[in-house]
Design a protein around this ligand. Structure first.
Ligand code: TPP
Ligand code: DXP
Ligand code: MG
Length: 633
């Protein structure tokens, strides 16, 4: 693996059509080359590794058997789609993946006709595939292709996947669902569904079937001769019967070894030849397959920084500042030691939210509900109603999925659920699907919801303590991905007064009211302006709801101009401040008001700094805004 991989077959494949010329033996060789190329590419860029390695053979088989882009192959989450990208005309750009201006780390319709449906969030593939199947049958775009959803066992834990199965079973359309079961989510999967899937292949005569299938294929002189008949026999033997999926109206085929192309190819060919309704093919794979440092890692190489291919060692930028996630998790664990009613909920992100730290100490008070944000929020509401103090720790972008539950189950009932909203703002390489752009707007609009944003990691510590102490209704605090700014850390978080901001520096003429971690950029801008004698006042709002009315109205009264800034979309903090000023008739007195928010576009992946520059929210653009309101632009 140290040398540049030799890829004679991969060099011949510029689109999946080129694979139709290859024999089954050559497809096996192609899979080897594709795996080597995937490892080599991700070692140079970083990104999602383990899931892609687990579906190398499946990717080859699907593209060899089906005819994309006429047939629609829909990758759930699509973090496993790197091999698909390599085979579908993007090999020359695969080393740009997740970099500014480069390929997306997920499927994206605007990137390629082979990415027929974009993703990033999980468990959407069956619904989308069913939509394609129905559109096909209604003559939508005149195409007649198959719709194939490839969904992982983790993604299958989500309610949305079952809503789709339920609907698909009822409609009875020809639809192919490939369940890629690697017994892993990002962390080991939890829940009854995971246990059920494991039982399916533990109980099936898996090895025997595998041998039978191999035998059937080896009898064939050529890959296609009598292939359909033989594979049909294989299929007949393999259908297990009485599975949950059959009760949903699907034909169930499997489980089969997803790394065994001589097994996979004839089964897929037969599925293609014979499916006449919804069919679920249960494929068993290994996340990280074929690369020891990934296979041996606890997360099976889910995501990696750039790494050394020989050793698997990752390169990481050195930093002394703690990550926001760790600060949250440590403070919560400290408080949990003092209060046995503190508990926490994660939706399949125990490491990402830091709750694995708390789970080490208090396993019975940390709940991983699977990829089930909707359930997670209502479960937290139930915990709160039952007298516990739940922290619902979710990434901003994934909390979107639980929004009705936030409104209906938490806010309307004024239940004291504490929302720890991680990955708030622009996250970088994961791009638009993962940007935490909307939570300020969608949380602060809810009556009775307290909404805070941490300006730095010390502030976050205070906000965790504040949330723990807040029993009078729901409360949310947001913080970004990555490391803090290295500020001095208090021993323990202080409980903040609800609805009170803080003054950072007193100046004249222009006041900048910051909500969240743009504060450091605001300070940098003011330092530069100070050299020219322009000295804005700076305040940290801390709360978007309730607003610190005294502070804000005072700033408005004492300055010619007021600028708000936040790492969120329009409709958030700035809008609430504008409403307050309007309610108090402040604009009538001639205040110049500017609200700096994310632009009304989805910003493509790049470094967070580059994304904020594109968004117009960096120090230089804050400086320009101050000059502009002072007519000194
Ligand atoms: C709605 C939503 N919640 C959480 C995530 C984060 N996430 C990305 S991949 C993943 C695990 C998916 O597991 P699985 O579907 O089994 O795929 P595998 O990585 O095992 O191939 C999770 C939890 C997400 N993408 N979307
Ligand atoms: C595919 C997916 O949704 C996750 O793997 C996500 O990329 C994790 O993001 P963090 O790296 O911010 O935890
Ligand atoms: Mg999985």
């Amino acid at each position: 693996m140290a040398d540049t991989p030799k890829t004679p077959l991969l060099d011949r494949v510029t689109t999946p059509a080129d694979m139709k010329q290859l024999s089954d033996d050559q497809l096996i060789q192609l899979a080897h080359e594709l795996r080597a190329e995937t490892i080599a590419a991700v070692s140079e860029t970083g990104g999602h590794l383990g899931a892609g390695l687990g579906v190398v053979e499946l990717t080859v088989a699907l593209h060899a058997v089906f005819d994309a882009p006429r047939d629609k192959i829909i990758w759930d989450v699509s973090h496993q789609a790197y091999p698909h990208k390599i085979l579908t005309g993007r090999r020359d750009r695969i080393r740009t993946i997740r970099q500014e201006g480069g390929l997306s780390g997920f499927t994206k319709r605007s990137e390629s006709p082979y990415d027929c449906f974009g993703a990033g969030h999980s468990s959407t593939s069956i619904s989308a595939a069913l939509g394609f199947a129905v559109a096909r049958d209604l003559g939508g775009d005149g195409e007649n292709g198959d719709a194939i959803a490839v969904i992982g066992d983790g993604a299958m834990s989500a309610g949305m996947a079952f809503e789709a199965l339920n609907n698909a079973g009822h409609l009875g359309k020809r639809l192919i669902v490939v369940l890629n079961d690697n017994e892993m989510s990002i962390a080991p999967p939890t829940g009854a569904m995971s246990t059920y899937l494991s039982k399916l292949y533990a109980e099936a005569p898996f090895q025997d079937l595998k041998a039978a299938a191999k035998g059937a294929v080896s009898l064939l002189p050529g890959p296609f001769r009598e292939g359909a008949k033989r594979a049909r026999d294989v299929l007949k033997t393999m259908a297990v019967g009485n599975t949950l999926f059959e009760d949903f109206g699907f034909s169930y085929v499997g489980p089969i070894d997803g790394h065994d192309l001589p097994h996979l190819l004839p089964v897929l060919r037969t599925v293609k030849a014979r499916a006449d309704g919804p069919i679920l093919l249960h494929v068993v794979t290994k996340k990280g397959k074929g690369y020891a440092p990934a296979e041996d890692a606890a997360d099976r190489g889910h995501a990696r920084a750039k790494f050394n291919v020989l050793t698997g060692e990752q390169s990481k930028a050195p930093s002394n500042a703690p990550s926001y996630t760790k600060v949250f998790a440590k403070e919560l664990t400290r408080i949990a030691a003092e209060d046995s009613r503190i508990c926490a909920v994660t939706a399949a992100m125990p490491d990402g939210t830091g709750l694995d730290l708390m789970a080490e100490r208090y396993p019975s008070r940390v709940f991983d509900v699977g990829i089930a944000e909707q359930h997670g929020v209502t479960f937290a509401a139930g915990l709160a109603a039952g007298g516990m103090k739940p922290f619902c720790a979710m990434y901003s972008t994934f909390l979107q999925r639980g929004y009705d539950q936030v409104v209906h189950d938490v806010a309307i009932q004024r239940l004291p659920v504490r929302f720890a909203i991680d990955r708030a703002g622009l996250v970088g390489a994961d791009g638009a699907t993962h940007a935490g752009a909307f939570d300020i707007a969608f949380m602060a609009n809810l009556p009775g919801m307290v909404v805070m944003a941490a300006a730095d990691e010390a502030e976050l510590k205070h906000m965790v303590a504040t949330a723990a102490a807040h029993d009078d209704g729901p409360i949310a605090f947001r913080y970004p991905r990555g490391e803090g700014s290295g500020v001095e850390m208090p021993e323990r978080g202080e409980v903040l007064e609800i609805g009170k901001g803080r003054m950072i520096r007193e100046g004249a003429r222009v006041a900048i009211l910051s909500f969240g971690t743009r504060l450091s950029e605001v300070e940098a801008a003011c330092d530069r302006l100070g050299a020219e004698g322009i000295t804005p006042t700076v305040a940290d709002a801390r709360f978007a709801k309730p607003l610190d009315e005294e502070l804000i109205l005072g700033l408005a009264r004492d300055h010619e101009a007021l600028i708000t800034i936040e790492e969120g979309s329009v409709g958030g903090f700035g809008s609430h401040v504008a409403q307050l000023l309007s309610d108090h008739g402040v604009f009538d007195d001639g205040l110049k008001f500017r609200s700096m928010v994310l632009p009304d576009t989805f910003i493509d992946h790049a470094s967070p700094a580059a994304m904020y520059e594109a968004a117009g929210l960096d120090a230089a653009q804050i400086e320009a805004k101050v000059r502009q309101v002072l007519d000194k632009a």
